[in-house]
Design a protein. Structure first.
Length: 315
């Protein structure tokens, strides 16, 4: 009986030893698998080009050390923003677009279908856009006679802080105020102030954070006129904006024989403009007369083709 009991005890010891051995083997196998994944994940790398930029800008993401021929998903701050696949060497190049989010540093993360992942930082910076880039100050006569003058500037700003109050200036003079939305973006319009011609800097600034962006526009010289033939002659109206300050500006008419005559002449004010001048001129025969305006702009004499005067019947 003792012998039998010993056999039973021996079997119990054997089973325990086998179970322990199996447990150790499983633990060792699991440890080996975890070590392999950790090593592979550690080898995964991504680089961004560029590493900072405004919302809407392209970002090239290059990855190395990922699983071969695996699908890859990209996230920007936890939101899916692109996908692709690795080549046979575990590398990939995918271009994503920086989303419209407030200015800050965010995480770009790449993960493949085999569990490999890597991340890198990307910083959102402010941006502004203006249109058109060639403008003119507001011209009252042009508005009256419905001649399009590019006096209104549209602008948009992004990549600022959310809920920020943005000051818009043109050559240090405030022209508008904008409030950014939850994405750090805002848009608006303003009318160009009366001023002499040349390059002008438009700046959008968030005084609270010190963030700002600048764009340069060109203020061009502009002039409008109108004429009405009556029985006693021709009634003229004429004005101009954005010429050099204190210079002579002439309204010219070309006769059918090619002779150019001065219809009227004025001197621009300190901001380069002159108000609406009205006068009566001599009657002219039926025909078409090219009109031009000549004056100094940015230190040089320029001539602007300003349409045609058409006399449909004699005075």
């Amino acid at each position: 009986m003792r012998w039998v009991g010993k056999v039973r005890d021996s079997n119990r010891w054997t089973r325990a030893a086998v179970a322990l051995a199996l447990t150790l083997c499983v633990a060792a196998a699991a440890s080996g698998a975890l070590a392999t994944v950790s090593q592979a994940s550690t080898s995964a790398r991504i680089t961004l080009s560029p590493t900072l930029g405004p919302p809407g800008s392209p970002v090239i993401v290059k990855g190395t050390g990922f699983a071969a021929s695996a699908s890859v998903t990209l996230e920007f701050n936890g939101t899916s923003t692109g996908s692709g696949s690795t080549n046979s060497s575990g590398n990939f190049t995918i271009t994503i677009t920086a989303p419209h989010v407030p200015a800050a540093t965010y995480t770009v993360r790449a993960a493949d279908s085999k569990g490999h992942a890597a991340s890198a930082p990307f910083r959102i910076t402010p941006f502004m856009n203006v249109s058109p880039l060639t403008v003119t100050p507001n011209d009252k006569l042009c508005n009256q006679i419905q001649v399009t003058a590019p006096s209104v500037v549209s602008l948009s700003a992004s990549g600022f802080l959310a809920g920020a109050t943005l000051d818009v200036t043109m050559d240090s003079k405030t022209v508008a105020t904008l409030i950014t939305n939850a994405s750090g973006s805002a848009s608006g319009k303003f009318t160009v102030l009366a001023q002499t011609p040349g390059n002008r800097t438009i700046q959008v600034t968030d005084p609270a954070s010190g963030m700002n962006r600048r764009r340069v526009v060109f203020v061009q010289s502009f002039s409008c006129w109108s004429a009405l033939a009556t029985k006693s002659g021709i009634n003229w109206e004429w004005d101009g904006v954005a010429w050099d300050a204190g210079v002579s500006v002439s309204l010219l008419l070309r006769e059918p024989n090619g002779t150019q005559v001065t219809v009227h002449r004025v001197t621009s004010g300190v901001r380069g403009g002159f108000g609406i001048y009205s006068w009566s001129g001599i009657c002219r025969p039926t025909g078409t007369y090219p009109i031009s305006v000549r004056g100094r702009s940015q230190g040089r004499t320029i001539t602007i083709a300003a349409g045609n005067l058409k006399i449909l019947r004699g005075c």
